[in-house]
Design a protein around this ligand. Structure first.
Ligand code: PLP
Length: 381
C-alpha cells in the first residue's frame, strides 16, 4: 500500500513510553492494591494541576459518577436533570440509586445542556444537575451554579472528556460540588479503564474515602486515626489497582504535551474547514472566547442525516474512519423505561442525527489531517 491509501482510524490510543517502567517499579516495590505511591502521585498531580480540593482515582468515570450519586444521597424517586445527548453512565449512575433522569435539550452551538431550560425542569423532587462537557467544551457553569444555589441542588460535572479544559480560569470538574473524569483509552489521557472523582466541597471528603473503600474506614486506619477498621457506610470497590496508577502517572507527566498536540490538530481542522461553514455547508464546534478546550473531539455538523451517511461511506472508501455519537438517551430502551424528558428535545434529535466526528489522535500526522480535509473538500466539491 502506498502512504496515500493507508487507513486513518478514528482514534489511536497513545502510549507515552514510561508506562511499563512505572509498572515495573510498582511490581518491584510489591504494592499492587490501590492507593500506593503512584496512585498518591496521581492524586497530587490532579489536585495541583486542576487546583482542586481532593482527587481520588476510581476504576472509571462511571464509578466516579456512581460515587457522586451516593455522596449526594440520591434516593428512589429523586430527579436529576441532565442532557439526553450523553453517554449512558451519566444517567445509569443515578438510576442505580432509584432516581429518575430528567432529560433536557442541548444548545445548538456547544451541544451542551441548555442552561435556559433547567429551571422549567426543576420540581420538588429535583436533587442535582449533571452538566456534561461534550467534546471537552465547557457548559455555561456560572449560570448552572446560580440555578443550583437558588434551588438547593447539587452540581455533578460529567467531565469525562474534559481533563485540562477550562471554563474562564477554572478547570472543568472543579466547579460543581463534584466532578468526574475518565481515563478510558478513547479519552485524551488514558489508563485503559480508569477515572477520578474530584471533590470540591470539603464536607464530602471523608465519606468519599469510605464509599471508595467498600464502606469501611480503612483510610483513617491507614493514617493511624483509628486503631482498627470496620464497616461504617455503604460503598463498593471503586479504587483501581496501583498498576493503573503507575500507568496513568506516566501519561500525566506528558498530559500538557498531548493536549497541545491535539489542540493543534483541532485548530488546523477548524481553519481549513471554516470556508465550508462560511458557505453554510457544515457547522463547526463553538468554544467561547474566555474558555479553553482540550482538543478531545473535532466534529462537524452536516445538513442532513442522509448527507452524513454519504460522507461516512465516501471517507471509508479512502480508508478514513469518521464516526457519529450518541443515540440520545431519551429515545433508548432504558432511557424510556427509567427516565423522562422535560420540554422538547429537538436540538438533541436533529443534531445527534447530523454530527460527525473526524479522526483525532496524538500521533496523527500532517499528511493524515491533510488527507481527511482533502477528501471532505472533494465530497463537497
Ligand atoms: C467516556 C464517558 C463516560 C464514561 O467513562 P468511563 O471511564 O468509560 O466509565 C461518561 N460520560 C461521558 C460523557 C463520557 O464521554
Amino acid at each position: 500500500m502506498s502512504s496515500q491509501d493507508h487507513t486513518i482510524p478514528y482514534n489511536k490510543p497513545f502510549i507515552v513510553g514510561k508506562e511499563l517502567y512505572n509498572i515495573a517499579q510498582a511490581v518491584i516495590e510489591a504494592h499492587l492494591s490501590g492507593d500506593g505511591p503512584f496512585t498518591k502521585r496521581c492524586h497530587q498531580w490532579l489536585e495541583e494541576q486542576l487546583n482542586c480540593r481532593k482527587a481520588l482515582l476510581t476504576n472509571s468515570c462511571t464509578a466516579a459518577l456512581e460515587m457522586a450519586a451516593i455522596l449526594c444521597d440520591i434516593k428512589p424517586g429523586d430527579e436529576v436533570i441532565m442532557p439526553s445527548f450523553t453517554f449512558v453512565s451519566t444517567a445509569n449512575a443515578f438510576v442505580l440509586r432509584g432516581a429518575v433522569p430528567v432529560f433536557i435539550d442541548i444548545r445548538p452551538d456547544t451541544l451542551n445542556l441548555d442552561e435556559k431550560k433547567i429551571v422549567q425542569a426543576v420540581t420538588p423532587q429535583t436533587r442535582a444537575i449533571v452538566p456534561v462537557h461534550y467534546a471537552g467544551i465547557p457548559c455555561e457553569m456560572d449560570k448552572i451554579s446560580e440555578i443550583a444555589d437558588e434551588h438547593h441542588l447539587y452540581v455533578i460535572e460529567d467531565a469525562a472528556q474534559a481533563l485540562l479544559s477550562k471554563y474562564k480560569d477554572k478547570a472543568l470538574g472543579t466547579i460543581g460540588h463534584l466532578g468526574c473524569l475518565s481515563f478510558h483509552e478513547t479519552k485524551n489521557i488514558i489508563s485503559g479503564e480508569g477515572g477520578a472523582l474530584l471533590i470540591n466541597d470539603d464536607r464530602f471528603i471523608e465519606r468519599a474515602e469510605i464509599i471508595r473503600e467498600k464502606g469501611t474506614n480503612r483510610n483513617r486506619f491507614l493514617r493511624g486515626e483509628v486503631d482498627k477498621y470496620t464497616w461504617v457506610d455503604i460503598g463498593s470497590s471503586f479504587l483501581p489497582s496501583e498498576l493503573v496508577g503507575a500507568f496513568l502517572y506516566a501519561q500525566f507527566e506528558m498530559a500538557e504535551k498531548i493536549i497541545s498536540v491535539r489542540c493543534k490538530i483541532f485548530n488546523k481542522y477548524y481553519q481549513l474547514l471554516k470556508p465550508f461553514e462560511d458557505k453554510g455547508i457544515i457547522r463547526l464546534p463553538y468554544v467561547e472566547e474566555l474558555n479553553v478546550c482540550n482538543g478531545h473531539i473535532f466534529y462537524i455538523i452536516l445538513r442532513s442525516n442522509d448527507e452524513r451517511t454519504r460522507l461516512i461511506d465516501f471517507l471509508k472508501g479512502f480508508g478514513i474512519y469518521a464516526i457519529f455519537h450518541y443515540i440520545p438517551l431519551h429515545s433508548s430502551p432504558a432511557g424510556i423505561k427509567f427516565g423522562r424528558t422535560n420540554g422538547d428535545l429537538s436540538n438533541t434529535e436533529c443534531l445527534s442525527d447530523r454530527i460527525l466526528r473526524l479522526p483525532m489522535y496524538y500521533e496523527m500526522s500532517d499528511n493524515e489531517t491533510d488527507r481527511v480535509i482533502e477528501k471532505i473538500t472533494d465530497f463537497f466539491g
